[in-house]
Design a protein around this ligand. Structure first.
Ligand code: DGL
Length: 276
């Protein structure tokens, strides 16, 4: 699984909890994150490079543990890896949208996400078939900065949360999708500002269920008698900085973090990625 940084660890945590015998190879593209402010073609190119490395490393299933990358590349990833190589690809947008549709009582759903995810309208598409739902969207770019710095509480987070969330709050939503895998790390302040009557929906638990389903369906679950799982964490940026945060956000499963063989992608490379 991969993300631009530490956000995808919220999905990794749920996968490890629900599938304790599986082995996770996680890549944080920290040299190129945040993805949110980048044009969609750049996110697509970056995400394909990371997924190529994961598939070349022999993974049996891919999780795009990032909403922005899901919005940019899900369709291409399924063609490139599932269609031609038989590697299933699990995303985080459809599980979150599905849950929100089940949870809402008044049909008014808020979405907070990166600028890239909001502009892609991927959640509108994911909810298009659900009758009687109105979606109110708000980009919250500074939440990713806070999470990447390990700042998840405090007056500055609260002030920014109040500012970002005012429009969705006044829209009368009863359900708020945390449509960025970094945002559950700020669930305390977000919930405080929205009020306890608003249900917060994150993609992590539902995505982990999709991972289980995809593996079970293909008879790919790792057995309880296999040797203890070995998890691996790689980053394109500074391994030490990532390791400190990853131990806090994920836990003791993070024993070491190494740098990937991937180079930070130069702008000129964004046109080079074609079919494999
Ligand atoms: N965690 C990511 C997401 O779910 C991306 C955050 C970013 O890189 O801007 O959208």
């Amino acid at each position: 699984m991969f993300d631009s940084g530490v956000g995808g660890l919220t999905v990794a945590r749920a996968v490890l909890d629900q599938l304790p015998h599986e082995q996770v190879l996680y890549i944080g593209d920290t040299a190129n994150g945040p993805y949110g402010p980048r044009p969609i073609n750049e996110v697509r190119a970056l995400a394909l490079k990371v997924m190529d490395e994961l598939v070349d490393s022999g993974v049996k299933l891919l999780v795009i543990a990032c909403n922005t990358a899901t919005a940019a590349v899900l369709h291409d990833a399924r063609e490139r890896y599932t269609g031609s190589k038989g590697v299933p690809v699990i995303d985080v947008i459809h599980p979150a949208a599905r849950t929100a549709a089940q949870v809402t009582r008044n049909g008014r759903i808020g979405l907070i996400a990166t600028r890239g995810t909001v502009d892609s309208r991927a959640y509108d598409d994911a909810l298009a078939a659900v009758p009687g739902v109105d979606l109110f969207q708000q980009a919250c770019p500074r939440f990713v900065e806070f999470a990447e710095q390990g700042v998840t509480t405090g007056p500055e987070v609260l002030r920014v949360a109040e500012e970002y969330l005012a429009p969705v709050k006044s829209a009368g939503v009863d359900t708020l999708i945390l449509g960025c895998t970094h945002y559950p790390l700020l669930a305390g302040p977000v919930s405080y500002v929205m009020g306890e009557e608003v249900a917060l929906v994150t993609s992590s638990d539902e995505t982990a269920k999709d991972v289980y389903r995809a593996l079970a369906k293909r008879d790919l679950l790792r057995g309880a008698h296999a040797p203890g799982p070995h998890h691996e964490f790689r980053v394109t940026g500074d391994p030490e900085a990532f390791a400190r945060l990853a131990r806090r956000f994920l836990g003791p499963e993070v024993t070491s973090v190494t740098r990937t063989g991937l180079d930070p992608v130069a702008a000129s490379a964004f046109h080079d990625i074609g079919p494999r």
